[in-house]
Design a protein around this ligand. Sequence first.
Ligand SMILES: Nc1ncnc2c1ncn2[C@@H]1O[C@H](COP(=O)(O)OP(=O)(O)OP(=O)(O)O)[C@@H](O)[C@H]1O
Length: 254
Amino acid sequence: MQVHGLWKRFGQQIAVAGIDLELPAGHFIGLVGPNGAGKTTTLSMVTGLLRPDAGTVEIGGADVWRDPVAVKSRIGVLPEGLRLFERLSGRELLAYTGRLRGIPGAETDRRAAQLLDVLDLSPAQNKLVVDYSTGMRKKIGLAAALLHNPEVLFLDEPFEGVDPVSAQVIRGVLERYTASGASVVFSSHVMELVESLCDWVAVMAAGRIVAQGPLADVRGAAPSLQDAFLSLVGATGRTGGQDLDWLGSMKGPQ
Ligand SMILES: Nc1ncnc2c1ncn2[C@@H]1O[C@H](COP(=O)(O)OP(=O)(O)OP(=O)(O)O)[C@@H](O)[C@H]1O
């Protein structure tokens, strides 16, 4: 996947400042950066959900904005704040997604049953999505994103609000998926997670890419990705809370 000169501005706010990215196929790629760095804006533009002000995105040789149908048939997306059809059951949602994707009904049924099983959603398959928990919503969203067997899967903060057991399940599914040669691109600000899952990372700060490459190269001599990240994004040196001299002192005014 190639990104050239991608820009997005919201009024005075430059969210993404002309970034270039070259993401290799068949890897587990982490897009990391502090809050507000521009990760969601980047992923939205890369997946054809938000029109860039300038720049191009190519996936598998096709331009996302000139040839959106071709690209969208080859990618799966789990966006941030995913909106699902709440009045469908999990099973119905997958059946509907299968029809949208043009997958024959019997094949959709087969894949849906397997995904529901692997993601521990079989017992809840007939429950309405509106009654799903946060973690269950992420999992059914992931199932819908994987149903057409995409070449590249984009996930915006896939582990946010997900308990450790569900996180482990999601992780297992993603590892199996990349082992077959597919690519995963996911955004996160949880460094430990990125370090344990990804073999390739791009670090974003204030709308720019400050480092990209194999995990070991970006980490360099730093003891952890967290340390490398803090020096790359220019941590302010604040250790947190020196100014809050009133906090935790139980002596306040009577
Ligand atoms: N629709 C919008 N309108 C105005 N400003 C926006 C909009 N979307 C994003 N921004 C701004 O663009 C910048 C980048 O936001 P973005 O959501 O892409 O960051 P992020 O790296 O995903 O952050 P987080 O980790 O907190 O989700 C922020 O300053 C944000 O306030």
